[in-house]
Design a binder for this molecule. Structure first.
Ligand SMILES: Cc1cc2nc3c(=O)[nH]c(=O)nc-3n(C[C@H](O)[C@H](O)[C@H](O)COP(=O)(O)OP(=O)(O)OC[C@H]3O[C@@H](n4cnc5c(N)ncnc54)[C@H](O)[C@@H]3O)c2cc1C
Ligand code: FES
Length: 273
């Protein structure tokens, strides 16, 4: 039978993890559905009676029975989602778009640069890389949040820094009394003498548009190559399958050709973020 791309499959909320005051990770049971995704792909999440919105799973792609999404409350769909209790049902369509080409990352140093809730797709990618950590020369995770309270995955971040070959660095825009780490926007973490082989390194970036823009500028200044800078593009989505044109970015349909595009692909597009 041909799968209808507009027909969501039902999924049950089995856990809700409070990451920050306005970001939660929703753990969904896929109820045995034949569903899988690769890191970088996104899904459309339907909240019954309200509508749907695109989100990138934040869980490991090799986990098959459940899927996790880390979601910031911003508007109509997300506000209603935040009202749902454990046990409620939502719908999922997808997966859509292209995956991170992780085979191209093998043997290289990989820089994961995240801002705010943008660490969500990067967590899925990192967990995919962790399945074969020995294949990558080194992984740098550099993450920025507005305040210490806005840091997602606090426990995992402190565990990941103990993994061999993984380095984790955090910064906040505004510190509080207890914060002992760095203060400043995430791009300050790129002033790192250990990033000394940048022309060969891979950078994977996800965060708010302003961070994507200034992050890319700084990566280029530091010597990263446009074809090695992978950017998670967030455009308005509707169909998710390259038919409606809502997600257009220059010659690309972000839902189909992205959501991950390299700087090399989008560098000539006016105001791509
Ligand atoms: C491919 C893709 C992957 C995404 N993955 C994630 C993810 O993993 N986690 C996640 O939290 N979000 C993610 N987003 C963003 C998410 O789709 C939007 O936040 C969501 O559509 C908002 O829906 P809403 O109905 O709640 O808000 P709406 O009612 O549509 O918007 C209400 C208001 O919020 C503003 N707004 C909308 N989105 C944002 C935003 N992201 N930040 C700040 N203000 C916003 C709008 O401009 C509007 O003013 C992703 C988007 C795309 C395209
Ligand atoms: S969302 Fe319809 S073409 Fe991309």
């Amino acid at each position: 039978m041909i799968k209808n791309p507009f027909q969501p499959i039902p999924a049950k909320i089995i856990d809700i993890i409070e990451e920050t005051p306005n970001i939660r990770t929703f753990v969904l049971d896929l109820l045995g559905a034949d569903f899988s995704f690769d890191a970088g792909q996104f899904v459309s999440l339907t909240v019954p009676g309200v509508g749907e919105a695109p989100f990138t799973p934040s869980s490991a792609p090799y986990v098959k029975d459940t899927i996790e999404m880390t979601i910031m409350k911003v508007g109509k769909v997300t506000s209603k989602l935040f009202e749902l209790p454990i046990g409620a049902f939502v719908g999922i369509r997808g997966p859509f778009g292209k995956r991170y080409p992780i085979e191209k990352f093998e043997g290289k140093e990989v820089l994961i640069l995240g801002g705010g809730v943008g660490l969500a797709p990067l967590r899925s990618l990192f967990l995919a890389l962790c399945a074969n950590l020995e294949k990558y020369k080194k992984i740098f995770i550099k993450y920025g949040a507005r305040t210490p309270k806005d840091i997602v995955y606090k426990k995992q971040l402190s565990e990941w820094k103990n993994l061999k070959g993984v380095e984790v660095q955090l910064t906040v825009d505004n510190a509080d009394k207890g914060w002992r780490g760095k203060v400043g926007v995430v791009t300050i973490l790129l002033d790192d003498p250990k990033l000394n082989n940048t022309s060969e390194m891979i950078a994977v970036v996800c965060g708010p548009p302003i961070m994507m823009k200034f992050g890319t500028i700084k990566l280029l200044e530091k010597g990263f190559q446009g074809q090695n800078i992978y950017l998670s593009m967030e455009k308005n989505m509707s169909c998710g399958i390259g038919q409606c044109g809502h997600c257009r970015c220059g010659q690309y349909f972000v839902c189909k050709d992205g959501p991950v595009l390299t700087w090399e692909q989008i560098k000539d597009i006016e105001d791509p973020f």
